[in-house]
Design a protein around this ligand. Structure first.
Ligand code: DP6
Length: 418
């Protein structure tokens, strides 16, 4: 058995992808742009293993076996077509007492094509709750297969074009920092639209923005993105106006704001684009309502905060669910944390493991953080948990973890609550 384990980040868009130009190719109606989030707390960790001994392709998500779907098969087939010969580390199956032995062996491209795979992936955050779990999952799958197969891209962004076919937003998780997904020219006769790819706009070091995620509900969303956007394309009259008239200009302004580190423009565009995406959801028939009363109270809170401090210090954005992501600059971390703590409760904060030791310092700082704007905040409630995070790097190979058993090739990951 040959295996590799990788971790991949989520990303949260500030110019949203909503609507497909071509369903089989999974190309979008409009360009989009997102921030890749740090992987300390939020990531997918995926082991990809290949062996001649595997009878079928098998997939485990969060410890439960699921049937690989056609998107998974497409990604696997297209990554196999890019496989190369490589000296790979082979783990020989043993039994529990003997353990397993490893040695390197030359594996040819045709060997990789023949071998079935076992994939075990888990998320360190709620799955399918509008926190880009499919983006992290497919980015991890593509990165894992690329490493295992020593795969080489035939054109720039080739891996992103493959990830896009797993889940559109996944293509943006293959890079760190600020990432654009160009909608592409579509309609080419090829199986793969080679122009619908993700491209880095700026690295995480260029502008180390912070993010707070307010988990309003960790339950899976009632309308999947895939289904929701297809209904929007079929019934919303606003969506084509957005794609042809609004987003092209907004993308230019957003990229300029990022390159110039102009937070006011960045934040205003982010909130306007989130609002427009949810307006299109409401314009869909039957309507899709991802936001709930708590989401709306967060919009109100951020709007009041910005008004009270006299500048746009914080931006909200919502994906296909009620959970909010707030973006702000590092110098306002304590103030925005204090705002959120006053409105929703301090005990809900889940700082990164590294930051846990400094949590008590953070808590006392948050408690002592006072200004006129914060004094007016009343307790709102309705949030389940809060992550503090920041813009982060792209996928990484993990050397200290493996989700499959070297002796059997079967999943070993168990979710804590299952
Ligand atoms: C609201 O990428 O989940 O998060 O391509 O059908 O898998 P599929 O959709 P998906 O849609 C994400 C939509 C969004 C906005 C965004 O991330 O840009």
């Amino acid at each position: 058995m040959f295996h590799v384990t990788v971790s991949a980040p989520t990303n949260i868009a500030v110019i949203k992808y909503w609507g497909k130009a071509d369903v089989p190719l999974n190309t979008p109606l409009n360009d989009s742009l997102s921030l890749t989030l740090d992987q300390t707390d939020l990531k997918a960790v995926t082991t990809v293993a290949a062996s001649d001994k595997f009878a079928t392709n098998r997939l485990w998500i969060n410890g439960n076996e699921v049937q690989p779907n056609s998107r998974f098969d497409t990604v696997l087939d297209q990554m196999k077509s890019l496989a190369q010969d490589v000296q790979a580390m082979k783990v020989s199956f043993g039994n529990k007492d003997q353990g397993s032995k490893s040695q390197t062996q030359l594996v040819s491209a045709s060997d990789w094509k023949r071998m079935k795979v076992h994939v075990s992936s888990y998320n360190t955050f709620p799955t399918a709750a509008g926190l880009a779990s499919s983006a992290a999952g497919y980015a991890a799958l593509v990165t894992g297969l690329a490493n295992l197969y020593n795969a080489k891209e035939e054109f720039d962004g080739h891996f992103t074009a493959i990830a896009r076919q797993g889940s559109g937003s996944a293509c943006r998780s293959l890079y760190g920092g600020f990432v654009a997904w160009r909608k592409g020219t579509s309609g080419d006769a090829k199986q793969l639209d080679t122009t619908s790819i993700a491209e880095p706009v700026a690295s995480e070091a260029h502008w180390p923005l912070c993010a707070i995620i307010l988990v309003v509900s960790s339950q899976p969303k009632h309308t999947s993105s895939t289904h929701g956007m297809q209904t929007s394309v079929a019934t919303s009259t606003l969506i084509s106006h957005r794609a042809s008239e609004v987003v092209p200009q907004r993308m230019k302004e957003m990229e300029k704001a990022i390159l110039e580190r102009d937070f006011d423009s960045f934040a205003t565009l982010t909130m306007q684009d989130s609002n427009q995406f949810h307006a299109i959801c409401l314009d869909t028939y039957p309507p899709i309502c991802y936001l709930n009363d708590t989401s709306r109270s967060i919009i109100q809170l951020v709007t009041e905060y910005n008004r009270n401090v006299g500048e746009t210090r914080c931006a909200y954005t919502f994906d296909a669910g009620p959970n909010a992501v707030l973006y702000f600059q590092q110098q306002h971390l304590l103030e925005v944390s204090a705002l959120v703590a006053r409105a929703f409760g301090l005990s809900l904060f889940l700082p990164s493991r590294e930051a846990r030791s400094s949590l008590s310092i953070l808590q006392s700082d948050i408690e002592s953080c006072r200004n006129a704007a914060l004094e007016k905040v009343t307790f709102l409630g309705g949030v389940e948990r809060i992550y503090i995070t920041k813009v982060g790097p792209g996928p990484q190979v993990v050397t200290d973890a493996c989700n499959v058993d070297a002796a059997t090739g079967l999943n070993v990951f168990r979710a804590i609550d299952s």
